[in-house]
Design a protein around this ligand. Structure first.
Ligand SMILES: [Zn+2]
Ligand SMILES: [Zn+2]
Length: 96
């Protein structure tokens, strides 16, 4: 008997007993194979790997520079954007 089928058997046994198949300690959630804590950890890991695997992080505007952390645009584009917005606002004011 190989190790894999032993693990599989344990998985089935844990699942049947309503015990978390990850930590093998806590009770699994209703209709799930993992307990609350383990399913949370799982999600965290998945989110992390998603962040790491996402396509190259580039500024939405110039597509050349790295964006400021937490922002969609790089610092220089944000400064340019802010300057343009200010100009527009001034024009609007002057026009009225
Ligand atoms: Zn668990
Ligand atoms: Zn940029």
């Amino acid at each position: 008997m190989s190790c894999a089928s032993t693990a599989r058997k344990q998985y089935i046994a844990l699942k049947a007993a309503g015990v978390c198949v990850r930590c093998k300690v806590e009770k699994a959630r209703e209709g799930r194979t993992e307990c609350e804590q383990c399913s949370k950890d799982h999600r965290k890991i998945r989110n992390q790997s998603y962040a790491e695997n996402k396509p190259e992080d580039l500024c939405n505007s110039c597509r050349r520079n790295k964006p400021t952390p937490g922002m969609k645009m790089c610092a220089s584009c944000r400064i340019l954007g802010a300057a343009a917005a200010r100009k527009r606002a001034e024009k609007k004011k002057a026009g009225k």
